[in-house]
Design a protein around this ligand. Structure first.
Ligand code: URP
Ligand code: ZN
Ligand code: ZN
Length: 494
């Protein structure tokens, strides 16, 4: 058969989508998937570039829906260290082609639109991968709520709210305001579920006993603090009858509560992250102040049984998506980084001042793919297709539909030339920080190529990051596939 020329063909890959696995050739034209054809049938097709993917898994590019870049000081002391350039560079090197970052509303900002403008300005023309933004709502004024409609018009269809952090947390009545407006405007609400009052009280208890080292970060945030807030968030969502997504779930107790709500038919979605699949409290107990590298919230939990339980939740569908919660801080930085928690009177630091967050946008896919715990389809579902569906990017992203989907692809090494197991080392990563919580973790796979809209942007064996800063585009998002249109909420129903 004669085909008009392609910009690129990928030959004989094991092509994986959330639904299927099969051996195909892929033809790419104009940045889109143009054709999926039987393996080797495009071997003689004309193309500017040919990639032989014989025996290699070829998947829709990763979508990381939880990435903090260029944000001000919000999560305790310190400022996250990646901007849109360094964070997105790290993303493509790890097989991720689209990220959703955050635009945080300040406590005293009555409006959201200037916040969105400012963040778009920071990202525009400097980003290696495609990107979108969630609005963080910390001051749900009438004006801000009325602007949800404008967010939708501007292609932003999700907001995040917090139940903890002094600079961000909102009260239950305000959460209800946000949920009601989200229902009206078709916005997906992400909720950071930890009980802020319990946390403050626990922190006072530990501080008064001079228990200050990094490991007490985990002690200050026991599972009950996450499960209580999760339960409350679900109750609030049930009152408004609107879907929510609980972000970065670490607690098996919280996961069980989510599972129960789902089993009862409530539209509750959940996210987990690699740190809750690979790290335990032990990581926070590293000598000296080293444990600070793994301080994130919610914290890594106690032991192997907790990790197992989170893996189970991924396998059985309790977790809809797997994101990184990339929130990097420089360890050696005493002003804006992890070491800002160290003072003369607390040489091992005070856990309550350790900036919360870890880098992970680059290691998310390699860690989880190497673990070999998810079927290929499940892996694509939770790392690409479901984030696309949940956040209104599907089927432009997260799919390989000819004529429809962007040619965003992650291509792994073929089994036949499998890499020897090797450790993750920070020196090999492309973010802007001096640490990874996964240092030394053994893996067996890394993306060989990443393609974004048909262009090779990562070629591990031939130049590494070969994409261009500024090639990444803002992607306008629509309504979530998981958030169908609803009639007006009826106050008399309850
Ligand atoms: O510790 C974390 N997770 N830092 C990032 C902020 C957040 O709440 O996602
Ligand atoms: Zn959070
Ligand atoms: Zn986060």
């Amino acid at each position: 058969m004669l085909y008009s020329p392609f910009d690129c063909v990928i030959l004989d890959g094991t092509v994986v989508t959330a639904a299927d696995v099969g051996r195909y050739d892929i033809g790419i034209r104009g940045g889109k998937i143009a054709l999926l054809a039987p393996a080797r049938s495009l071997a003689t097709a004309r193309a500017s570039r040919v990639i032989n993917a014989e025996g290699a898994y070829v998947m829709p590019g990763g979508i990381d829906a939880h990435v903090h870049l260029s944000e001000p000081e919000l999560f305790g002391k310190g400022k996250s260290a990646d901007d849109f350039t360094t964070g997105s560079r790290s993303a493509i090197a790890g097989g991720t082609t689209t990220i959703i970052a955050f635009a945080p509303q300040g406590r005293s900002d009555p409006s959201l639109l200037n916040i969105l403008d400012a963040m778009q300005q920071k990202a525009s023309n400097v980003t290696y991968c495609d990107y979108s933004l969630h609005l963080i709502i910390s001051n749900p004024t009438r004006q801000a709520l009325d602007e949800f409609k404008v967010l939708r018009e501007r292609g932003v269809s999700s907001v995040k709210i917090y139940m903890t952090y002094e600079d961000l947390r909102i009260q239950d009545n305000q959460i209800l305001d946000v949920l009601l407006q989200s229902r009206v405007d078709g916005i997906t609400t992400m909720i950071h579920a930890e009980n802020g009052d319990m946390l403050n009280w626990m922190t006072e208890q530990l501080e008064s006993r001079n228990l200050l080292a990094p490991k007490y970060h985990a002690t200050s945030r026991p599972q009950i603090l996450e499960s209580e807030a999760t339960n409350r968030a679900i109750a609030l969502s049930q009152l408004i009858e609107t879907p929510i997504l609980i972000v970065h779930v670490s607690s098996p107790l919280a996961a069980n509560i989510i599972r129960t709500a789902q089993t009862h038919g409530h539209p509750i979605y959940a996210e987990t992250c690699p740190q809750y699949l690979f790290l335990t409290r032990k990581a926070l107990e590293a000598p000296g102040f080293e444990g600070a590298k793994c301080v994130c919230s919610p914290p890594p939990r106690d032991g192997e049984a907790d990790l197992e339980s989170i893996w189970k939740g991924l396998q059985n569908g309790t977790f809809t998506i797997l994101s990184s919660d990339h929130c990097p801080f420089v360890y050696e930085d005493s002003v804006n980084g992890k070491k800002s928690a160290i003072s003369e009177d607390a040489p091992l630091g005070r856990f309550k001042y350790i900036p919360n967050g870890c880098p992970g946008v680059e290691t998310r896919l390699p860690l989880v793919w190497s673990a070999n715990r998810l079927s290929p389809q499940k892996f694509v579902e939770v790392t690409s297709t479901n984030p696309a569906k949940l956040y209104g990017l599907y089927p432009q992203k997260g799919a390989l539909i000819p004529g429809v989907s962007d040619a965003d692809l992650t291509i792994w090494y073929p089994e036949s030339s499998a890499l020897e197991p090797f450790p993750i080392t920070n020196s090999a990563l492309h973010h802007n920080v001096d640490n990874t919580p996964f240092e030394g973790q053994m893996i067996t796979q890394w993306p060989r190529y990443t393609l974004l809209r048909g262009e090779v942007v990562w070629d591990r064996d031939n130049g590494g990051v070969v994409g261009k800063e500024g090639y990444g585009q803002f992607v306008e998002r629509g309504r979530s596939e998981f958030c169908s249109e609803q009639p007006p909420w009826d106050v008399e129903k309850f």
